[in-house]
Design a protein around this ligand. Structure first.
Ligand code: SDX
Length: 429
């Protein structure tokens, strides 16, 4: 805690606010007493300059294009770690030793099955339901089945709820995919790792054995690591706000899934691939760049721009490298979408509009091409993002619940509506 203060001079009065310093990054002005001292609120729609909490999980330096999970750079984790090890790191704050890793893997593995009755929910959806619609519904429905892990004030119930959420999301997601293609659900297997299990549940059929391709596993594992957490983004903030009322963890995670679905957020990977397919050929890129710059055209280049990164998203760099590795390994090097993506990136990064507004490719720009090459339909892309981000949501949720200063989130407003007026009966209007 520093002894620095921010002083606000207002209508002849003076208000003082403590300045709090973190381990790195911008300090914050603690304005919790602002209304009491001044009778005024701050105003920050979109929270561009607002810190909603204290956190020790993920740090982003948007100017440098740096992303740290518990202090470890994302590119090192993507190259040297694994998604399960990153889950442990995000949840508990340090890299596990062998015994801790084995125990964690066992704990997750033995929670991957879902209650058999949960599968009845799928039959209520149309076959062409978007898998995200199914994921929102079924994830929220978990709270109807796991009554022994709903009490957020009980650390043991929170621990089990976290394991259940991280372990069951791949099963729920894979079932959503199987349902959409009319194939039978494939049960998880305890002799497979997290990513292998998920790929097998998605792509195996009962009629023959499924051989998991190690290239696909490595790429999927890396993609999940890149998407695991990202500070106080929209869906994580949604989970925190929903949980601040004491809502159970399954319901809170369902709110995060719903928020992530939006094309400005996690839905951008699906939207980015659809955009590349719509552009179709490098010759049409200038037309779309022009549309993205046209204020009267709502079109935006999906996969570009970020609220925090005003430099290259470090995840996009790893994604781009993974994209080339996967397409080479699967002999898809001449994928026309990759050609369009690379040319679009080159043109956009040299276009004055994008340079001036610091619009760089983000994590969603290349992910769609990789996921399509790995065999997933576009409609599953955001599901995969949600599957990866679940550990981030659970880590941030746990941190918030354990924070003694946390209270129910309840923002205020600038009211610009009607002043007091009395009711007028309809026959006098
Ligand atoms: C994710 O927050 C996170 O951490 C999110 C995420 C995570 O891991 O959780 O990183 C995941 O959501 C990545 C972002 C994925 N979304 C997209 O790729 C969709 C396209 N991007 C834009 O919608 C936009 O860039 C946002 C939503 C990502 C950021 O929006 P901001 O910060 O509110 O910025 P803005 O909309 O105010 O844009 C600033 C300017 C505007 O022009 P002006 O009004 O200043 O003239 O840049 C323009 C925008 O019109 N702009 C774009 C653009 N993005 C911003 N113009 C064209 N194409 C774009 N993609």
């Amino acid at each position: 805690m520093s002894d620095k203060k921010a002083i606000l001079h207002l209508e002849g009065k003076q208000a003082e606010f403590p300045i709090l310093e973190g381990s790195v990054g911008p300090s914050v002005i603690d304005i919790r007493s602002l209304y009491a001292q001044t009778g005024m609120f701050t105003y920050d729609p979109g929270f561009t300059s607002t810190g909603s909490c204290e956190s020790a999980i993920t740090y982003i330096d948007g100017d440098k294009g740096e992303l740290l999970y518990r202090g470890y750079p994302i590119d090192q984790l993507a190259e040297k770690s694994s998604f399960m090890e990153v889950c442990y790191l995000l949840l508990y704050g340090n890299l596990p030793n062998k015994q801790e890793m084995d125990e964690f893997n066992h704990g997750v593995t033995y929670h991957t099955m879902v209650h058999e009755q949960l599968t009845n929910f799928y039959k209520g959806f149309r076959r062409d339901a978007h898998p995200m619609a199914i994921l929102v519904g079924v994830a929220g429905a978990l709270s109807a089945f796991y009554h022994d892990s709903l009490d957020i004030n009980d650390p043991e119930q929170r621990r089990i709820a976290g394991f259940r959420m991280i372990a069951k999301m791949p099963t729920i997601a894979a079932y959503a995919y199987k349902y959409s293609i009319g194939q039978p659900f494939i049960y998880p297997r305890n002799d497979l790792g997290y990513v292998e299990n998920f790929l097998r549940m998605c792509f195996a059929v009962p009629c023959e054995d499924y051989k998991v391709d190690p290239v696909v596993v490595r790429a999927m594992d890396r993609i999940m690591t890149l998407h695991a957490d990202h500070e106080q983004n929209a869906s994580t903030s949604t989970v925190r706000l929903a949980s601040s009322s004491g809502a159970n963890p399954f319901a809170a995670i369902a709110t995060g899934i719903a928020c992530l679905w939006g094309p400005a957020h996690g839905g951008a990977n699906e939207a980015a691939l659809n955009m590349l397919m719509e552009i179709g050929d490098v010759s049409r890129i200038p037309e779309y760049i022009a549309r993205a710059k046209d204020k009267n055209d709502p079109f935006r280049l999906m996969g570009f721009g970020h609220r925090v990164y005003k430099n290259y998203d470090p995840r996009a760099k790893v994604m781009q490298q993974t994209c080339h590795e996967v397409l080479d390994a699967l002999n898809l090097r001449n994928d026309p979408l990759l050609q369009v993506a690379m040319e679009l990136e080159k043109i956009a990064l040299n276009d004055e509009y994008f340079v001036e507004k610091k619009l760089y490719p983000n994590v969603d720009f290349y992910s769609g091409i990789i996921l399509k090459a790995l065999g997933f339909p576009t409609s599953m892309f955001t599901v995969l993002f949600a599957l990866s981000r679940t550990v981030g949501w659970i880590s941030q949720w746990s941190e918030m619940i354990e924070d003694p200063s946390q209270r129910i989130g309840r923002p205020r407003q600038l009211y610009t509506g009607s002043l007091h007026r009395d009711y007028v009966p309809i026959n006098q209007r």
